[in-house]
Design a protein around this ligand. Structure first.
Ligand code: HBI
Ligand code: FE
Length: 296
């Protein structure tokens, strides 16, 4: 189907960035074409197979428990019945990326914005902006997990507060989101597993993040993560590994993040691929294939 896009682009000192839309809409489920459902089915089957021994068990179990499957694009209302019971979260349909503060306020209310449209068949392997497959397949299953669900809400609440303190706390928070919710790994008795949605929705990165020797895999540390720059156009140079969702939640509800912003104020940022003496190193990356510039 023709997808109405309200995302335009604006030149800034970071290059072109999307100009956000704020629209919360009804998921126009009846309008999905056979091709849209087929795109969902193709991606769902492919990722399910790749993720069996790579995703964390909480992701796989909850995805099944909430009834997400390849047969058709899920209806948000159906998923919401399961979410409501498990953690009180609710999916809302949106056109695309939201302004940061809107996004934080939704999370604070336990509402997760999901892009309603799905990528075109020629975008199966890569699309720069989040679409339905990334948002729904990648992000939603872990919202069924009570501790992760609380982490997401705490993150949103922290974001709403941080937005009153200016740009530095906000960029700290964006890095935290990037290296946990989007690109996080978790250590389990069976080895490292994926919980970040940016990885879970990508075939190439699902394999790369665990099996390649190129990237660093480093133990999670809140202030270390908040100082670390990242990649938006290539696989990550560094992945941070948590021990448990409890660890993540505890680090994040550190009262208001207040002391940590004070501690971090004016601190040098760390390039995306750097390993520090103080790091707990699971894998020191070879750096193979890394671009030398372009860390955000
Ligand atoms: N909006 N819909 C949507 N989804 C996101 O993941 C999202 C967003 N707006 C802002 C944003 N993410 C980032 O700024 C995060 O760092 C919070
Ligand atoms: Fe995402």
């Amino acid at each position: 189907m023709e997808t109405p896009r309200r995302v335009e682009h604006q030149m800034t000192d970071k290059g072109y960035v999307p100009v956000y839309t704020t629209a919360v809409v009804e998921q126009p489920w009846a309008q999905y074409s056979a091709e849209d459902h087929q795109t969902w089915a193709t991606l769902f089957k492919r990722q399910q197979e790749i993720l069996q021994d790579r995703a964390c068990p909480e992701f796989l179990e909850n995805q099944a428990a909430m009834g997400m499957n390849e047969s058709q694009i899920p209806k948000f209302d159906d998923l919401n019945v399961h979410l409501k019971k498990a953690t009180g979260w609710k999916l809302i349909a949106v056109e695309g990326l939201l302004p940061e503060l809107d996004f934080f306020m939704h999370l604070k209310n336990r509402e997760f914005p999901v892009t309603w449209w799905i990528r075109r068949p020629d975008q199966i392997d890569y699309i720069a902006e989040p679409d339905l497959f990334h948002d729904l397949f990648g992000h939603v299953p872990l919202l069924m997990n009570p501790i992760f669900a609380d982490y997401m809400q705490a993150y949103g609440a922290g974001g709403v507060r941080a937005s009153t303190f200016g740009n530095e706390p906000l960029s700290n928070l964006t890095r935290l989101y990037w290296y946990t919710v989007e690109f996080g790994l978790i250590n389990t008795p069976k080895g490292l597993r994926i919980y970040g949605a940016g990885i879970l929705s990508s075939k190439g990165e699902s394999i790369h993040c665990l099996e390649s020797n190129a990237p660093n895999r480093i133990g999670f540390d809140l202030s270390r993560v908040m100082r670390t720059r990242y990649r938006i156009d290539t696989y990550q140079k560094t992945y941070f590994v948590i021990d448990s969702f409890e660890q993540l939640f505890r680090a994040t509800v550190d009262p208001d993040f207040g002391p940590i912003y004070y501690h971090l104020k004016g601190a040098e940022s760390v390039p995306a691929g750097t390993v520090l003496d103080t790091d707990t190193v699971f894998n020191r990356g070879t750096g193979e294939g890394w671009l030398t510039d372009g860390d955000v």
